[in-house]
Design a protein around this ligand. Sequence first.
Ligand SMILES: C[S@@+](CC[C@H](N)C(=O)[O-])C[C@H]1O[C@@H](n2cnc3c(N)ncnc32)[C@H](O)[C@@H]1O
Length: 202
Amino acid sequence: MTEVGVGPHPEPWPDDPRLDPSLLAEGDSRNVVDRYRYWRREAVVADLDDRRHPFHIAIENWQHDFNIGAVVRNANAFLAAEVHIVGRRRWNRRGAMVTDRYQHIRHHEDVADLTAWGRAEQLPIIGIDNLPGSQVICDAELPRACVMLFGQEGPGLSEAARAVCVAVLHIPQFGSTRSINAGVASGIAMYEWVRRHAAERP
Ligand SMILES: C[S@@+](CC[C@H](N)C(=O)[O-])C[C@H]1O[C@@H](n2cnc3c(N)ncnc32)[C@H](O)[C@@H]1O
């Protein structure tokens, strides 16, 4: 089987407070990019915090949606400021592949709570869903600082969520299925944000 990660660091170890002695001693097989090998979790989060993008991701969680793990993983990959879980506090972490350890995640009891937070932060809420009247994401305005709000499997964005969105954007589809899943949709929408606004080309 192919080994993932790196083995124990050869001695002498680098003198760097960001490095974790137990990872240096035992090796690092975590799901992190190579520049963070052997780094303490707190040091990775601090480094990400210095570079986070100003977009936020929110997803409704009324039925324990299994897509939330993928949403969190995508938010980590595209460096979202924060992920907001609206509704039930518990969510299925499996799809996150431990990326939630490096991602700020905030819970909101309901859409009103998310809206109050967004208003205080002066962040518009942009719904991402293929609802009647929604605009094509590629052509629509997508503010640099915003909250992109996703619905859940089945109903999509709730009535309460639709009511607070300043705009609803959809990803064009061409086949027979009504929709893609929220995890996939979140990745495409975040990529669209990054394509327009991220200066950095890694
Ligand atoms: C499985 S969809 C369900 C709702 C969908 N409106 C329907 O009619 O079946 C779950 C969530 O994924 C996202 N989503 C799925 N397909 C999308 C698309 N083509 N454009 C934008 N968002 C989409 C939305 O956030 C949506 O609320």
